[in-house]
Design a binder for this molecule. Structure first.
Ligand code: SF4
Length: 177
């Protein structure tokens, strides 16, 4: 894979930071699952969330089938960070970037699996649990759904979360050559 060619293209996208990492460096934990099940309204509502994504062990095995990953962030300033809807409204732009990045890596002949932000909102009503996902090629489960602590990675690699009224979106594109 030609990383330089990809990095050149990454420079054309509104990405704030990126890092090439080994998947084995990621920490997977059950702790996030507790937050999913007790605090997230999307729990058990889409194929992109637990329990549909499987156990943390299953998620980990799936991720580790891909030895490498590219993680990246985008940032956007909102008027009031406490306005959850205003923050969520900025998510679609990040998801477009996530699709563009995974396309770039696939164009280099790699297979990919992408984890991105929040739950899936592609369909008006998710097919879970009555039928299979309608767009498995477009649907990106969220990073946390797989038990991955974004803050742990951020700390390890010096990824900035500016705070204030700035929303930081975070994605991981796993790949194998
Ligand atoms: S693409 Fe549709 S069916 Fe698949 S997870 Fe998203 S909302 Fe659900």
């Amino acid at each position: 894979m030609n990383r330089e060619a990809i990095e050149e293209k990454l420079g054309e996208l509104p990405i704030v930071q990126y890092e090439w990492i080994d998947s084995s460096e990621l920490m997977f934990t059950e702790r996030i699952r507790h937050i999913c099940s007790t605090e997230c309204p999307m729990y058990n509502t889409t194929w992109a969330c637990p329990p549909a994504v499987g156990t943390v062990e299953e998620c980990k095995s799936r991720c580790l089938c891909y030895p490498h990953a590219l993680m990246f962030t985008t940032m956007v300033e909102v008027r009031d960070i406490a306005d959850i809807q205003a923050c969520l409204d900025t998510r679609a732009d990040h998801e477009e970037v996530a699709h563009a990045v995974s396309d770039l890596i696939r164009a280099q002949g790699c297979s990919t699996m992408t984890l991105s932000t929040e739950a899936c909102h592609i369909c008006e009503k998710c097919a879970w649990p009555d039928g299979p996902c309608r767009h498995p090629d477009k649907m990106f489960p969220c990073v946390e759904s797989h038990g991955i602590m974004a803050t742990d990675i951020a700390e390890k690699y010096g990824i900035d979360f500016i705070g204030g009224n700035v929303v930081t979106w975070f994605s991981l594109v796993f790949y194998k050559e």
